[in-house]
Every structure is written in C-alpha cells, then in structure tokens.
Ligand binder design. Sequence first.
Ligand code: NAG
Ligand code: NAG
Ligand code: NAG
Ligand code: NAG
Ligand code: NAG
Ligand code: NAG
Length: 817
Amino acid sequence: MRTILSFFMILLFYASSSYVAQISEALDTITVNQSIQDGESLVSAGGTFELGFFSTSVPSRRYLGIWYKKVTIMTVVWVANRVTPLADSLGTLKVTSLGSLVLLNANGSEIWSSNSSTDARNPVAQLLDSGNLVVKDVDGTGSSILWWQSFDYPTDTLLAGMKMGRNRKTGFERYLTSWKSIDDPSPGNFTHKIDPNGFPQSIVKQGSVVKFRLGPWNGVRYSGMPNLDPNPYYSYELLLDDDEIYYHYELLDSSFISRLVINSNGIVQRVTWIDRMQGWTLYLTIPKDNCDTYALCGAYGSCTIDESPVCRCLTGFTPRYSQEWDILDWSNGCVRTAPLDCGKDIFVKYSGMKLPDTSSSWFNKSMNLQECEEVCKKNCSCMAYSNLDIRGGGSGCLLWFGEIIDIRELNINGQDLYIRMAASESDLLHSKQKLLMGLAVSFGVFSLCLVLTFCILKNKRKKKKHLEGKDDGSESGDNSECQKEDLELPVFDLGTVAIATNNFSEENKLGEGGFGPVYKGVLEDGQEIAVKKLSNDSRQGLHEFKNEVLYIAKLQHRNLVKLLGCCIQEEVLLIYEFMPNNSLDSCLFDQNQRKLLGWSTRFGIINGIARGLLYLHQDSRLRIIHRDLKAGNILLDNAMNPKISDFGSAKCFVGDETEANTIRVVGTYSYMSPEYAIDGVFSVKSDVFSYGVLVLETVSGKRNRGFRHPDHCHNLVGHAWRLFTEDRSMEQLDELVESYNAAEVLRSIHVALLCVQQCPEDRPSMSAVILMLGSADELPLPKEPGFYNERKLPPEHTFSHPVHSPNEITMTLLSPR
Ligand SMILES: *[C@@H]1O[C@H](CO)[C@@H](O)[C@H](O)[C@H]1NC(C)=O
Ligand SMILES: *[C@@H]1O[C@H](CO)[C@@H](O)[C@H](O)[C@H]1NC(C)=O
Ligand SMILES: *[C@@H]1O[C@H](CO)[C@@H](O)[C@H](O)[C@H]1NC(C)=O
Ligand SMILES: *[C@@H]1O[C@H](CO)[C@@H](O)[C@H](O)[C@H]1NC(C)=O
Ligand SMILES: *[C@@H]1O[C@H](CO)[C@@H](O)[C@H](O)[C@H]1NC(C)=O
Ligand SMILES: *[C@@H]1O[C@H](CO)[C@@H](O)[C@H](O)[C@H]1NC(C)=O
C-alpha cells in the first residue's frame, strides 16, 4: 500500500489556500440575511470539513466545494457548480428566503441553485461535521425540517454516512460520478452505482457500458471483493428492503479519516489518511487486477489471475470460436460440450467463484439451497443458482437466467455456484473421486510411485481445479483433507529439459536446493526455467520432494513460486518459473547487490512475503506452515516481487488444528522460534517468528546469524530490541539505503519485534501483520523477543541430516522427547 500523494492536490492546496480567507471565527451556518463571499468559508462544528471557494490548477475557474479541514493535502469531497464554474473570485453563496442555496456571480446572476425552494419560514444552511451541507428550516420550537442535503447529490466521493443506491418507491438514485479530469470537476465518463436490476450489485460504468462489477452483496461483502473484511476502522453494509437499496459505511473511530472515491480514470479506491505520513494510503481498489474487467472471458469463460492466459472455459464448456480464443480474443466466450435436455439436466457445483452478473437474475431471501435447486430445475431458462447470503452456512436463493457472464475464480472467500449441465456430464460430479490420490497411505516404499502418479495423472494444463462433485463422499483420516485434492501437473520430457539446461551442465547450476541441485534452463520457446533434480541418494530428499509436489502444485499466489511441471524418467525433476533476481539472500547479503535494494523495494518485499505467508496460513484451501522461511527461500522476480519457495519442510494442517509436535525439527536455526527449536512445537506462529527475523534482516541488510555488535553480544533480533527500547530504531536501517520513508521503516521494525516475541500467543497473525504494516494505527508494545541472547542451541540437541542450501544450512535436528 503506497501513499498516494497527489501533486495536483498539493498544487491545488496552494492555489486555493491563498484565496481562502483566514476568518478567525469560523461559522458553520448561514441564514437568510447572511452570505459567503469567495475568500470566506464555513467550517463544521468539529472542524472536520470546510466549505468555500476553490480552483484547480486552472485559476480562472472557481468552484464552491467542501474539503477536509484537517487534512493537509487539499482534498475536495463535494462540488456544487461542477459544470458552471465562476470566471472570477467574486462569487457569493446565499440562502434565499424560500430556502434555496444559490450561487451568484459578480453580476448577481444565479449560476447554481440547490432548487430546494419550499415554503420554508426560517431557512438556514449548515455544514455538518460529517461533511454534509444541509438546508433546514428552524421553527420557533427549535426542531428543524431538512429540505436539502449535499449527501443526496454526491460528486465523486462517498463519505461515511452517505447512501449510494436507489429509493425503490420514488426512483431517486444516488451514485458517484468521476471528475472529467484531475483538474476538471465536471462530470466525467465514469459512474459507480448500485445496479438495481435482478439482484442488486455494485458496478462501475463508463458511459452506459459496464466496466467492472464488484458483484452482488452476499451478506458479508460484495462477492467480487474477497478482501473486504470486517475491520476495526469502518463498518459497511448493503441495505435491501422494500423501500430502498443502498450501500453505506460508518466510521467506527471518529478520528479515522477514510473516503471512497471514483477517480477520473474510473478506478474506485478507498483511501485513508495517515497522519504520521501526512498522506493518503490506498486501502482497497477496484479493479484489483485484469480479471475484474467486466466479461473479460465471455459467457461461461472464467478468469483466474494466477493462470496464464487468464481465461479458460469452465469445465464442461469449450471456446465458441477456438481460433479467436487461441489468439486471446475471449469475448465470444464458451459453449457447452454437451447440449442440455431440460428435464434431465443436473447441476454441477463450481467452488471459489465470484458470482456472475446478476442483472438478469431472480432472488428469494427465504428459500434454502434445496428449494432453490428445485425452482431452477423446473424453469428451463434458469442456468445457475447459488445461496444469496453466505452467513451462517448460507441462505436465500439466487437464480440466473440466460447466459452466465463475468465469472472469475478467487483465491479466497469465493462462493459456490451451481450450473445447469447435461446429464451426460454427470461424471463431473464424481471427477474429484477419480482424481483422488491414495496419499493417505503412509509414506514408504511406494512414495516415489505416488509422486510419479501425480505427475502422470494428467499431462495437460490444470483444468478441473475448482470443480467439485456435490456428493462429496469425503475421506476421513489423518490429514486426508490435505492430501486428497487432485493434482494435475504438466509433464516435461527429459530430453527437453536436458536440452534446456545444456545437459545439466555445471555452468547452468544455480545451487543446491532442499533435495538436490538446481539448474537454470531455457525452453525452446524462450521461457526461462529453474529445474530441481532429486539426487539419487537422498532419502530425506525424497520426503521433501513429495512435500514440494504436494503443496506447491496446489498453491497459486503471486507471492509463491510457481511449479510449471515435472519430469519422471531416469531423473526425477521439478520445473519452476525462473526467478532472474535470484534469492533475497543473495541480494541482501551481498555488498554490491545490497546497494541496489532501495527502501521501497525492501518494503515491497516485506509486504509481499507477508501476503504470501497469509495465503499459506489462511487464504489457501489448505492451512500450511512453511517451517523454513528464510532469506534463501525468498526468490525475486524481474520486478523484485518476492516469491516464497521451497516447501520441502512444509506441513499441512486440517480444520481447527493449530499446532503440532514433531520429533523431526526441520528448519534453519537462526529463523527458528524458541518453542519449535526447543520443544518441537510448531504452529503458524513459528512462521510468524521467522517472518519477523526476515523483516529485521531486510531492513538492516544484516544476517541474524553471525551478527556482531561491539556494544553487546546479542544477535540481530536482540540488537533490534535494544535499539527499540532506547528509541533508536532508525539506526537499524541499512546504512546503504539512501532515501526512505521513516514511518515505514519504524513500522516494519516494530511489527517485526511483535513477530519475534517469546510467546507464540503474543505474536500477531499474518493478517494482523498486513493490517499493521498498512495502517497508521498505534501498535502494541512488543514484549521481549525470543532467542535474542542465545548464540547456540542447548547442548542436549543434536543435529542430523544436514541438508545443504547455498548460503545457510537448513537442518533437521532430532530432539529427545
Ligand atoms: C433579514 O433582513 C430583513 C431586513 O433587514 C429583516 O426584516 C428580516 O427580519 C431579516 N431576516 C432574518 C431571518 O434575519
Ligand atoms: C456581468 O455583466 C457584464 C455586462 O453585462 C458582462 O460584460 C460580464 O461578462 C458579466 N459578468 C459575468 C461574470 O457574468
Ligand atoms: C435547478 O433547476 C434549474 C432549472 O430547472 C436547472 O437548470 C438546474 O440544473 C437545477 N440545479 C440543480 C443543482 O439541480
Ligand atoms: C468520454 O466518452 C466519450 C464518448 O464515449 C469520449 O469521446 C471521451 O473521450 C471520453 N472522455 C474521457 C475523459 O474519457
Ligand atoms: C420466497 O419463498 C418463500 C418460501 O418458498 C415463499 O413463501 C415466498 O412467497 C417467496 N417469495 C417470493 C417473492 O417469491
Ligand atoms: C422462467 O423464468 C423466467 C424469468 O423469471 C420467466 O420469465 C419464465 O416465464 C419462466 N418460465 C417458466 C416455464 O416458468
């Protein structure tokens, strides 16, 4: 989350502040006989908002608007005369005796009016602390009637307390319209509104064309905004009753400054003001990525951002025009492979989806999923159904009529969608069972065969990943949850890989990985790959190899390294995307490379690793603990995005299981949490500990292992703790980093210290870490870190099976239990 400092806004601030008179006693109200001239302003009672005249970078156009009073970057949230700017600074705002707000030019002609004329008797205009400009009639008894409010006529900003939506009785609609450009507040081409057709959904339009769809409301969030989660900053909801449909949000902490805006490029953003940085920070954005582009993959085409290309047909469908499809023109979408026969059709469940366009849908809040299916089955033009509300296991019924469009797969918080399919596709219901791996069988002699089975199973691209049968006949037993998923990996021919790697030549060798050497290669089509080879004599390696295949093939996230395929002939190989910038380890601890790692890159890496780890811990369908997070296992792509690699030691957890004991402690000592190194107890919090160490290393450019300081004998963690307690944390920053954002540096160190606390319970979860890194909120004080003083393991521990990795040793130690 980067600070958005709009230079224009700064400009604008300076341009206008010279015009805004510094009236000492700021009023928030004007009455019939008062007016405001250009140069004067109203300030809301709490000092939050200001109403006055401003211009953008074009000084000859003056506007009446409302902006944040407390925010040092001029940020306009509402404009009255969007299309009719004043030509000079001689405008006047007054309240007519009839109760209209009017803006007059130098000649006294009306250039804008609120048109709120009524039979008001004693009208006043008041700027409220919510940013709402109201015209009300105050009668003798002190009670008042609201005649008009600016909240009913939003411009490009939705403030807390505003409604976006429609009155179903009167048809009155409130929506956001972008500015035409950054210096022209007149209405631009983009609107953000609630589409009331079918089941209401939130959309962004350019003119009359839908650009993005946030999706229908599922009781918790918009279906297409998986990251929108209940949070301590603001509450939000979409209200739907007989009278009204509207979205609104309320700030939970009045000191928190946040707004939702559609900018002149049609991007919807929620930004929050970070006092300490004196800047706006991005909190959420629409579109998130290319897959949010409306109907990108056409009817029955599904978009998956981690796939390349992103579009493919849902299982059971095939491109309508395969030639177009092959040249990446997906607009005509997909068609069924087997025709429907209404009476006999079945419904197949697709999981992890953003619900499709609901503009031609029908809904019923009280029906359950079974009733929903019955209704859909009966009507031959009903193509899909789902639950309306996901809360409490799901309720309500949503039916789609006609072609299903704008589907994407989500990594987290996706929903189930049941699509009508021909009865002949009934094997789709059971495909999961067919692909089930017998991996619950304990690892032993057969393990290599099993690994082979994985790879051989389907030698084509992953296709049925999201498909699940409805009658789920799930297996029980130890960790089967983690292992029963189907796996389909492309198979590479040994010859191809040998050519690509120059016959596994020494020059192509990148180093030694968890279970054998790693080579660089270039495929015939120019794609660069990294190839891991299982060394013949490595029993340990075989185990890790299995782990790696098991986990990484199932995980898809931009902060995890991607497995492209495998090869099992005379050699057992895993083929990955190649990471041109090598590992974090090689960049961070190399004197020359280190200089090139600027602060923003480092902060990007810190955030990226956190997101990857969050995905492992909670967002992926499995709960995975990496157990060997270290700088050597973070690879960097072209753009220096971090990718977590090496799942050789990873462990999968089932359901609510949160920690486990192990006799085999694997990992890298200087990143290991105390409870894991000493007691062999590991949990997600052990990864959090390693992450904290990694952050400290990234900030300082120094290894935890072997860290030496003249003043004390602590390791890097201990050093960080010392500096923190003495309020000298900035000294931790790598002296080779020239320009930096001090707030980000301090925050990273603070968060890292929270992560390396002695007790696992005290350490934050990765989702908390991400929030803390991206917000300005005060952080809890860290307690003493674990292992900050120690330099060696307690003597009763013995190491076995050291496995070499290029720079630091990943070790397995047996602890006597
Ligand atoms: C406005 O001014 C007129 C004349 O000065 C006066 O008669 C009237 O009472 C005033 N109205 C208010 C609301 O103060
Ligand atoms: C005011 O009136 C004069 C004369 O009618 C005209 O030239 C001028 O353009 C007008 N100014 C504005 C701001 O409308
Ligand atoms: C007020 O009414 C006038 C005349 O009907 C119209 O031109 C103007 O756009 C209206 N103003 C607003 C703010 O709706
Ligand atoms: C708005 O849309 C019109 C017509 O679609 C187009 O000509 C114009 O360039 C667009 N303006 C902006 C600012 O995108
Ligand atoms: C919704 O479903 C319930 C239960 O089946 C039914 O009683 C009700 O009439 C339905 N409402 C509408 C609007 O169809
Ligand atoms: C199926 O549903 C559509 C949309 O609600 C409706 O127009 C049509 O009449 C229904 N057909 C039957 C056979 O019920």
